[in-house]
Design a protein around this ligand. Structure first.
Ligand SMILES: [Zn+2]
Length: 348
């Protein structure tokens, strides 16, 4: 599809960066990543390094003002670093080069930055990278859990399209987003590709990396290409994650709460529950609350208050507006997850 970012797959790609990006360059990355790549990027060309600690817009404004002059921006990270790199490139009008270090989210392939304003997610800005460099060895070197969680941002196409269909059937479509079967089938095509490569994604093979990153590449672009329409790629499953994040104030690995949200949404829609639980389990994404540092009580609260949350947050129409979350729904979600993953026995 036209508009997808130029994406290069290969090896030893970080070491090449200083040889071709505009100098001096600013690296936007994370505390735990910089030591791994400093040797390749330090030198005459380096203007500075910004280690991301916040996605809050009010804080980022002053951070951008304090960064040293630079001729380009290098985003180096899983999700947050590439989002902040986009934001810096946008505010400073600088060329951007993205180097995703894990497959966690589709952020390297989207135009806008997923930031927070008073804790609520906002997709802001506009940046087209010169290229996105996917290094097989860099990705394979990331914690397996980060890579595997990336399937959450593709499996969400399942619940997203159910929400959009429901909205159409109820005659409650937003005027700006009439149901579009071609967008839905394009999304489900990517979903099928990922479902066909779950073992490779689990093992982070070259094929797994290519399959999941190409799905992310499509997903990152389609929001823009469809006229900023998120309906075929995001719905109730992300809403649950946003509510959980707001209620607990915790930082999550995106695909874990989104994956749990996919199961929750599938239960509400009564469609594809078994397939989604099995896919998440096979890819190795632990969607138990304890694995994300929260409790079933936190998740229960987020599920039961979702209808209120989505209206307050001004989110689009979904099954959260239509089906009350009662004890039966809460129990069904928990039972499905525990049946597949077992009860939590690790530290909590
Ligand atoms: Zn997402």
């Amino acid at each position: 599809m036209s508009g997808e970012f130029t994406t290069v797959y290969g090896r030893n790609l970080v070491a090449e960066v200083p040889a071709f990006v505009h100098r001096p360059y600013l690296v936007v990355t994370m505390d735990d990543l910089w030591p791994r790549f400093a040797e390749s990027l330090e030198g005459d060309g380096l203007a500075g390094v910004h280690l991301v600690h916040t996605l809050e817009l009010s804080e980022l404004e002053s951070i951008v003002g304090g960064l040293p002059p630079a001729a380009s921006v290098i985003g180096l990270g899983g999700g947050q670093a590439v989002d902040v790199a986009k934001y810096v490139a946008w505010r400073r009008r600088l060329p951007l080069f993205q180097v995703p270090t894990a497959m966690t989210v589709n952020a390297p392939f989207g135009h806008r930055s997923g930031l927070r304003r008073d804790g609520i997610v906002r997709y802001l800005g506009f940046a087209i990278p010169e290229a996105v460099y996917v290094d097989f060895d860099v990705i394979a070197g990331a914690p397996a859990g980060l890579n595997r969680a990336g399937v959450g941002d593709i499996l969400c196409y399942h619940t997203a399209h159910l929400d959009w269909r429901l909205t159409r059937d109820l005659g409650r479509e937003e005027a700006r987003w009439p149901y579009d079967e071609s967008l839905v089938s394009a999304a489900l095509e990517r979903l099928d590709a990922v479902l066909g490569a779950l073992d490779d994604i689990h093992d982070v093979t070259d094929r797994g990396i290519r399959t999941l990153m190409e799905a992310h590449r499509w997903g990152g672009n389609t929001f823009h290409a469809s006229g900023w329409n998120p309906r075929h790629i995001e719905g109730v499953e992300h809403f649950l994650f946003y509510n959980l994040e707001k209620r607990t104030g915790r930082h999550f690995i995106h695909g874990q709460p989104v994956g749990l949200g996919v199961v929750f949404g599938s239960v509400l829609h009564e469609q594809g529950v078994d397939e989604m639980v099995a896919a998440l389990h096979r890819a190795g994404v632990d969607i138990r609350p304890e694995a994300m540092g929260v409790t079933w009580d936190d998740v229960d609260g987020a599920m039961r208050t979702l209808a209120t949350f989505v209206r307050e947050a001004g989110l689009w129409h979904s099954i959260a507006d239509e089906r009350p979350v009662d004890d039966a729904v809460v129990a069904a979600v928990r039972d499905r997850v525990v049946a597949a993953y077992g009860a939590w026995e690790g530290p909590s």
